[in-house]
Design a protein around this ligand. Structure first.
Ligand code: FAD
Length: 402
């Protein structure tokens, strides 16, 4: 087992770190203060990223973390592909700023969904889009099987009706991947996802949220009133396969949950690095000393660092499994549960360890504590990830273990 970051991605990691340090950090506070203002500086960066990705076998970004992004190398042994490169990039970029990463054009979770389930023709059509992901509704959050937005077939179109809330990049993205049911009576199997481009008649952004953290990222409510989309915008299989149930649309999470865990690892590393610097003024930080003989502050930092490392390794394993075409739903949920929890604890403890510096807006520590909370909520909360892990371990279905 090799627990190092893959050698071939070191260049990418270095580049992502420099972007985080020189591009994100200097504007971090500015967009924390200016909620709902688009960080226009990102346009240039997104164009650069598009250039880096064009023709690169190991692209970075949400769209490369998918089944298609799995390593192409068929030789036996360790294989690392798009899932690992996207994860490593995300970790570094979120060391810079989670909100700004989420606000990056063409890096939406809808892009990952398109990459995971679109056919070749759809990939061609939607490849250049910036796609948000709309699952949550006023009456449905964790229990995504309770979706009420409907999609009714009408000739070679579907007509969408319903309301989506808390859609990350829902206003700024050029398209939204919308989950809707073809038949409420048929339960999970009837839930399909549709790409709806902004400007489609019947689709309206109705509200922007004011939030605790990730203020650089817009979070929108969107209503669909007789919104007509081409039938060819349905992602995946249009048939209702009761045997396969929810599996089709849920597959996306195997690729996206490790990425959200990676965001948590990035922001937690930022807090640890800064706190270590601040503590160095007062503590020896001699890692060779036994834990019992160091100060409480040092001992706390060492424990947090160990937790962080455990979260990082679990997350890399989940992404590595995806690259090696192994079923990874359990590991993706384990990684997200661990990393989300660790990031929340680390960032808040770092506020505490840094004393007044931790609480002051002169430092970014308080911001990171606010930003990290969402990483334990979206793409499935802490409790839901634990539920999924328990179901997988015990061999229970979602109706047997709720
Ligand atoms: C900033 C932000 C951005 C978001 N972006 C998106 C997005 O882009 N797209 C999108 O579709 N959604 C998005 N969401 C919504 C997010 O995915 C949901 O908030 C999340 O899934 C939880 O749903 P809920 O808020 O309705 O909570 P609920 O499902 O009502 O849960 C409330 C609490 O109960 C717990 N709980 C629920 N069910 C169980 C159970 N069976 N066992 C144990 N505990 C349980 C939950 O863990 C949680 O702690 C976003 C949310 C926020 C805040």
């Amino acid at each position: 087992m090799n627990l190092e970051s893959p050698h071939k991605f070191r260049g990418l990691v270095g580049q992502a770190h420099r972007v985080a340090e020189h591009f994100f950090r200097p504007i971090s506070r500015k967009y924390d203060k200016a909620e709902h203002e688009y960080p226009k500086e990102l346009d240039m960066l997104a164009a650069l990223l598009d250039g880096m990705n064009a023709g690169s076998p190991d692209a970075v970004g949400a769209g490369s973390a998918s089944k298609r992004g799995a390593a192409r190398d068929e030789a036996p042994g360790v294989r690392n592909g798009g899932n690992m490169s996207a994860l490593l990039g995300v970790m570094e970029l979120c060391w810079g700023d989670v909100g700004l990463l989420l606000a990056m054009p063409r890096q939406g979770l809808g892009n990952a969904a398109i990459a995971a389930v679109a056919n070749d023709e759809q990939l061609q059509r939607f490849g250049g889009q910036w796609a948000a992901m709309a699952i949550t509704e006023p009456g449905c959050g964790s229990d995504s099987a309770a979706i009420r937005t409907t999609a009714t077939k009408d000739g070679d179109h579907y007509i969408l009706n319903g309301e989506k809330i808390f859609v990350t990049s829902g206003e700024r993205a050029s398209a939204v991947v919308v989950w809707a049911t073809l038949d409420k009576g048929l339960g999970r199997a009837a839930i399909k996802s549709f790409v709806v481009e902004h400007g489609t008649p019947g689709m309206t952004v109705t509200r922007l949220e004011k939030k605790l953290g990730i203020k650089a990222s817009d979070t929108a409510s969107i209503s669909f009133n007789d919104c007509r989309v081409p039938a060819s915008n349905l992602l995946g299989n249009p048939e209702i396969d009761v045997q396969k149930g929810f599996a089709g649309v849920m597959e996306t999470f195997d690729n996206t949950r490790p990425l959200v865990a990676g965001m948590a690892i990035g922001v937690a590393k930022a807090a640890l690095d800064r706190t270590r610097q601040l503590l160095k003024k007062h503590c020896a930080m001699d890692y060779k000393k036994p834990l019992l003989s160091v100060s409480h502050a040092e001992a706390t930092l060492y424990r947090l660092e160990a937790e962080w490392e455990a979260a990082r390794l679990l997350t890399m394993k989940a992404a590595w499994m995806a690259d090696n075409k192994m079923p990874n739903s359990k590991e993706a949920s384990m990684a997200k549960a661990k990393a989300g929890r660790v990031a929340n604890e680390v960032t808040l403890k770092c506020v505490e360890l840094a004393g007044v510096m931790g609480y002051s807006e002169d430092e970014l520590l308080e911001k990171w504590a606010r930003d990290s909370k969402i990483l334990d909520i979206f793409e499935g909360t802490q409790q839901i990830q634990l539920l999924i892990v328990a179901r997988r371990l015990l061999g229970k279905s979602s109706s047997e273990l709720k």
